[in-house]
Design a protein around this ligand. Structure first.
Ligand SMILES: C[S@@+](CC[C@H](N)C(=O)[O-])C[C@H]1O[C@@H](n2cnc3c(N)ncnc32)[C@H](O)[C@@H]1O
Length: 180
């Protein structure tokens, strides 16, 4: 595979499956630490009773640990796209360091993405929306235009997005472009 995409925190796996189906010629690495999420994705890839016959997509890989460990060991400029869909917001100010969109992780994302590659981020949480706007506004590693307020074409729905709609929140959808 000459192109590779990475998803950080796939939750139930709906978006990972959706994007990997839209991009069958791309290596897709889906990461998640939550065991229920891993089981949910695995049961979509290999339905119960079909363990002996199911053929999971050959271009799909699961990283069942903290995505930051994987990022740390990845070579420079190896990814063509990355997704961070509805990350945990850690809304309390004293937990802000745990937010994935954070200067240290932004540097790492810049290192592993190819020049011109896209990093998609979505959030429905007002604290996180403000945080991303602020943090990305202060960096110069990515082009960071204002977010879309409707899911752009070609993005796949997620479980957390559906919950946000049910509860009346408006997600922000950012498309960051890795600068050379
Ligand atoms: C709020 S949920 C959103 C799940 C999914 N993206 C969605 O939109 O439905 C955030 C997920 O990210 C996972 N997560 C948080 N930090 C992570 C990390 N460093 N590496 C991998 N997964 C992570 C959590 O376990 C959780 O399932």
């Amino acid at each position: 595979m000459s192109r590779v995409f990475l998803e950080i925190g796939f939750g139930g796996g709906e978006h990972a499956i959706g994007q990997s189906e839209l991009n069958p010629d791309v290596g897709y690495i889906a990461s998640e630490v939550f065991e229920n999420g891993l089981c949910s994705l695995l049961s979509r890839l290999v339905p119960e009773g079909e363990e002996d016959t199911a053929t999971p997509p050959p271009h799909f890989r699961i990283w069942a640990e903290d995505a930051r460990l994987l990022l740390k060991d990845m070579p420079d400029a190896c990814l063509d796209q990355a997704y961070l869909m509805f990350p945990d917001p850690w809304p309390k100010a004293r937990h802000a360091k745990r937010r994935f969109v954070h200067p240290e992780n932004i540097k790492q994302m810049h290192r592993v993405l190819k020049p011109g590659a896209i990093w998609r981020v979505a959030s429905d949480h007002p604290v996180y929306q403000e945080w991303v706007t602020d943090v990305m506004g202060k960096q110069d590693l990515f082009d960071a235009p204002p977010p879309a307020k409707e899911r752009p074409e070609g993005w796949s729905p997620t479980r957390y997005e559906a919950k946000a709609f049910r509860e009346g929140r408006v997600p922000f959808y950012w498309t960051f472009t890795r600068r050379p």
